[in-house]
Write a protein that binds this ligand. Structure first.
Ligand code: ADP
Ligand code: ZN
Length: 214
């Protein structure tokens, strides 16, 4: 099954994609993670995107599409995948449609206030990438990953001015994709303001329906 997870930053796409991906055996492909890895490893791509990401702007479409196209060419995506954070613009969606047939798009609905609260409390493990929240999903020991003992950090773009910019960018560039995919009969809405467990339950129902249809 080839899936797209769509939603504002902080809506919980990443957390849910990781959980459900393991459950149904599909790789989660996060363009944000791929770009962050490139920055961490100091590659040419990393050097190009670092400043863009810190400000909460979007990486140019050609670069992003090339990265995804390369990634989707690898063997582990043969049975399908979950795209998390891509496409984020109409031109990206059109480029994707030119070389992949998508089975469904899940739209994680979440209001601005909830988004700001979630992102400003988000903490990430430097070693394994696990995601925590100081209030909603605190680690057992402050600043330390439950899973691997790694150090938790705040993403550069989870600072308040970056958060506001990311929301503006989302509304201007990514939100039009909701209409784009709804018009193609591919869109499924999930209430992402609920607890992770409730959103997961709703997500499982959507996937079951998709599996039957496919
Ligand atoms: P979030 O969804 O929490 O904003 P991501 O981890 O998905 O964060 O993305 C972080 C940053 O990586 C974005 O703000 C943007 O700079 C860049 N990025 C990720 N995916 C894309 C994309 N599809 N197109 C352009 N830029 C992207
Ligand atoms: Zn960890």
């Amino acid at each position: 099954m080839r899936l797209i997870f769509l939603g504002a930053p902080g809506a919980g796409k990443g957390t849910l994609a990781s959980t459900i991906g393991k459950e149904i055996g599909l790789p989660q492909l996060s363009t944000g993670d791929l770009f962050r890895d490139a920055v961490k490893n100091g590659t040419e791509l990393g050097l190009r995107v670092k400043g863009i990401m810190e400000k909460g702007e979007l990486v140019p479409d050609e670069l992003t599409v090339a990265l995804v196209r390369e990634r989707l060419g690898r063997a582990d995506t043969a049975q399908g995948y979950i795209l998390d954070g891509f496409p984020r613009t109409i031109p990206q969606a059109e480029a994707l449609a030119s070389f992949q047939r998508i089975d469904g798009v899940v739209n994680f609905q979440c209001g601005d206030e909830v988004v700001v609260r979630r992102l400003s409390g988000r903490r990430i493990c430097r070693s394994c990438g696990a995601i925590y929240h100081v209030e909603n999903m605190p680690p057992r020991r402050e600043g330390i990953c439950d899973r691997c003992g790694g150090e938790l950090y705040i993403r550069d773009d989870d600072r308040i001015d970056s958060i506001r910019n990311r929301l503006r960018v989302y509304q201007a560039q990514t939100e039009p994709l909701i209409g784009y995919y709804r018009g193609r009969g591919l869109l499924h809405d999930i209430d992402a303001e609920q607890t992770v467990e409730k959103s997961l339950a709703q997500l499982r129902k959507v996937l079951k329906k998709l599996r039957k249809a496919g």
